[in-house]
Design a protein. Structure first.
Length: 438
């Protein structure tokens, strides 16, 4: 069944965790934000296996005691950070820090969890290196709760530095599934999207949480998207608009209606961070809204439509670009979707293929290969980027609970996969590389 054969309507969209962009540098393999550098789902790795054992990868370890959530993990040096529901108080969220063996180092409550449709932790923590606060300079971890509270911690010991409600003061109205953005940071500022009648985006000082500026309201409803930081420009997507803000002062540089370009009748449920390459921006959302490739015009003159696709509209699993192609899954209905490849320059569909009896899901890329995690049964696949949907290896995970909605992460040759209250690590490194590290 292809998308063109079946355009069934669904009733739920779920938010996945948005992601953050961070100024500063760290080890090349470190993952300081959701979906890696620039939130594009591409990980700078090498020496990874090009085929897995026939019976699948076996986890190095599994931690089954996180607490519910769909947050992905961030990994910096020898630590992992993940956002979870507090198992002792389900009305609260907490960030948990683990070592690289999956053992807990610290945990700290962040604030109020989303308590309506699909309650559980959403936003992925962001790591911000070397922030001066008071008389000390520390590494920080920052996260947004489902109710719109920003919480900032000392990355070393989990001590709460400050917290700030960014919803109420700016008239923010979260969508049906709460706030899900992961916060973006640059030059001592943290950017968040309350999407209120007083401000579309606000900048908070990382040192103390004070408001540095607030961008004008765009009169729109919230979406569930984490923004792109392109130099000093923040590109964000709300329910109707894709827009760009100067991060030095909060000035709205341009605003464009993605809703008027989208192909579907049901618009406004947007969950995917756009793909950015040079001066081209690919925006896509599920529910038959399709994808649109834009040219970012010079001199802040906005966007120009280059092409559209009705075929590729990921629900909330994101998309990736590789070798002049865009890869992702589409939305046929809330339980089903195919896997697609689309030409970056023309929008031509290369393939539109169902994966066995499995579903749509999230997608990342590393070392020239594609990694997919489907949400129906929790199957992870290794895909070779060719003109056909070619799954080289696959296996089904057997841990965790609830929905398979967390995006996988690869760092320093290790694949991290979360399923609800459990997190596992898999060694992707080739035998030669693994042996050299023993």
């Amino acid at each position: 069944m292809t998308k063109k054969d079946s355009r069934m309507k669904g009733s739920l969209a779920i938010v996945l965790l948005g992601t953050l962009l961070v100024a500063g540098t760290s080890n090349a393999s470190d993952v300081m934000q959701f979906r890696g550098q620039s939130a594009q789902g591409s990980y700078d790795e090498s020496g990874l296996l090009k085929q897995w054992p026939e019976d699948g990868l076996k986890p190095m370890w599994v931690n089954p005691e996180l607490g519910a959530g769909w947050s992905s993990v961030t990994k910096v040096k020898d630590r992992l950070y993940v956002n979870c529901e507090d198992a002792t108080d389900r009305k609260k969220e907490q960030v948990i820090c683990l070592d690289l063996d999956g053992k807990k180092i610290w945990q700290t409550q962040t604030g109020n969890a989303w308590d309506k449709s699909y309650p559980a932790a959403r936003s992925t923590p962001t790591f911000i290196p070397q922030v001066k606060t008071g008389s000390q300079t520390i590494d920080m971890v920052v996260v947004l709760t489902g109710q719109g509270e920003v919480a900032c911690f000392n990355a070393k010991d989990g001590a709460l530095i400050w917290s700030k409600d960014i919803a109420t003061p700016f008239g923010g109205k979260p969508g049906r599934w709460g706030y899900a953005e992961s916060l973006t940071a640059r030059d001592g500022l943290i950017f968040a999207t309350p999407c209120g009648n007083q401000a579309s985006v606000v900048a908070l000082r990382a040192s103390n949480g004070d408001i540095a500026w607030q961008a004008p309201s765009n009169g729109d409803n919230c979406a569930y998207v984490s923004p792109i930081l392109d130099g000093k420009k923040l590109i964000q997507l709300t329910s109707t608009y894709v827009f760009c803000i100067d991060t030095d002062n909060g000035k709205m540089l341009w605003k464009h209606s993605y809703a008027q370009d989208a192909s579907g009748k049901w618009k406004g449920i947007n969950c995917n961070t756009p793909l950015l390459k040079d001066n081209q921006l690919f925006v896509t959302a599920g529910y038959n809204q399709g994808g649109v490739m834009y040219e970012i015009l010079p001199a802040n003159k906005g966007l120009k439509v280059l092409w559209k696709t009705d075929d590729l509209d990921p629900h909330h699993g994101g998309a990736v670009q590789l070798n002049g192609r865009i890869y992702g899954s589409n939305w046929i209905n809330n339980g089903n979707g195919n896997w697609l490849s689309v030409d970056w320059n023309t929008g031509k569909t290369i393939y539109d293929t169902k994966w066995d009896n499995l579903g749509k899901g999230s997608i990342i890329t590393a070392d020239g290969m594609i990694y997919i995690y489907e949400e129906k049964r929790g199957t992870i696949g290794l895909v070779k980027p060719t003109d056909q949907f070619q799954v080289v290896s696959q296996f089904q995970i057997d841990f965790g609970s609830r929905e398979h909605w967390s995006h996988p992460v690869i760092s320093d040759g290790i694949l991290y996969v979360r399923h609800g209250d459990a997190l596992a690590a898999y060694d992707l490194r080739s035998k030669k590389r693994t042996a050299s590290r023993e």
